[in-house]
Design a protein around this ligand. Structure first.
Ligand code: SAH
Length: 368
């Protein structure tokens, strides 16, 4: 065993890296079991009570936890050798707001005044966690609240895993946390190295053992990142298309306009051949009179020929200062009927946690 030069974060290491450090795959597995155990989670007792005002906890430093004297199957001696070179930081919970539909929104501090948000969404049988990948966002979509924050920095893998580490224990017993969607703050494909590392940890054996098929990375359409993600990972992909012409897309999503809709969908067509098992979602936020016409629905059908994808429709979640109005339920239903009639799977996403500003595109303003 060699000692590393600098300190390394506990939630950052993959099983292969633990094996190398602890000189044994058995110890590596024991480490993973402990890190994701109730016992380890109980070390973080900073959780803001549900009733606390969002800003009642003012500290913005991450929480620093200490390793216990020993961990099952990892002896004192081995642990002591590594204790000095390991750090165990987790995002600090500044508030935990519960919505009447069971959705929980966390405001988490990751240091230097930087806050991120994650949203736990319980459903029948399983819960989903919507995680952030950046503080702020690199792509400034005209309709998204997060864009108002600008871009602060990429999250590190341990800060992404840390969101899961915290939220998992709040999922109802009947609905364990098994699904992750990268639909919180940030553009995950602009932080792909760290996102891939986080996915490797979340899907590792023996813990936390999520399935790649239950992880969805959502992108505003960063083509080079999509190419890499699709070739290196088996996770699902959501493409936030949001427009059926390049002109409208440029207006809504100016920062990804260099990649035309045709090129994005060609890649998905190609991937459907090589990875038929992957779930692909086309996300459409519908705005009143911008992209919600019958012509838009028909153009979408043409665009999606040969793309094996499900369309998810969502009415724009408005926020203070939003320049757009949401589509109406009649227009949304009409759009959906046209798409369904063409034999394309299409669902309407029901916003969750709206009263606590936890729905898509609403994250971040309150803690700016
Ligand atoms: N940057 C990634 C992931 C974060 S946004 C992406 O663009 O996909 C997650 C989803 O929320 C995207 O589908 C995005 O189009 C949608 N979204 C953003 N702002 C929204 C709003 N105000 N109302 C509804 N959906 C919104």
């Amino acid at each position: 065993m060699t000692s590393p030069a600098s300190k390394i974060e506990l939630l950052r290491l993959t099983q292969a890296e633990w094996s190398e450090r602890l000189d044994s795959p058995d110890r590596a597995r024991a480490m993973a079991r402990w890190i994701f155990s109730d016992e380890a989670r109980a070390l973080a007792h900073d959780d803001a009570p549900d009733s606390a005002a969002p800003d009642s906890i003012t500290s913005t430093t991450p929480l620093s936890l200490s390793l216990p004297a020993s961990i099952p199957a990892v002896s004192h001696r081995v642990l002591d050798r590594w204790r000095e070179s390991l750090d165990f930081h987790v995002p600090r919970c500044r508030s935990r707001q519960r919505s009447s539909d069971g959705t929980i929104k966390y405001a988490l501090a990751v240091g230097s005044g930087a806050n991120i948000e994650s949203v736990l969404i319980p459903a029948r049988g399983r819960s989903t966690l919507c995680v952030s990948s950046q503080v702020g966002c690199t792509r400034h979509c005209a309709f998204c609240a997060t864009a108002r924050l600008g871009f602060r920095r990429n999250l590190r893998a341990e800060e992404i895993v840390g969101q899961f580490w915290r939220a998992r224990h709040d999922a109802p017993q009947s609905s364990p946390l098994r699904n992750i969607v990268f639909m919180g703050m940030g553009e995950p494909l602009d932080n792909l190295d760290e996102v891939l590392r986080a996915i490797a940890i979340l899907t590792q054996q023996p813990e936390p053992q999520l399935s790649a098929r239950n992880i969805t990375v959502s992108t505003s359409g960063v083509l080079p990142g999509m190419v890499r993600l699709l070739s290196e990972s088996r996770v699902n992909l959501a493409l936030s298309l949001n427009a059926t012409t390049d002109e409208t897309r440029r207006h809504l999503m100016p920062q990804t306009a260099q990649w035309p809709i045709g090129a994005l969908l060609d890649l998905l067509r190609h991937d459907a051949q090589t990875n038929p098992g992957r779930d692909v979602f086309i996300e459409m936020v519908l705005f009143d009179s911008v992209n919600d016409s019958e012509d838009d629905a028909r153009r979408l059908i043409d665009l999606l020929q040969g793309v094996n994808a499900r369309v998810n429709l969502i009415a724009h979640n408005a926020f203070d200062g939003s320049p757009f109005r949401p589509t109406t339920s009649e227009r949304l239903q009409r759009f959906k009927d046209i798409v369904l009639n063409a034999g394309i799977r299409c669902l309407t996403r029901v916003p969750r946690g709206q009263e606590i500003a936890a729905a898509c595109g609403q994250l971040a303003l309150r803690h700016a």
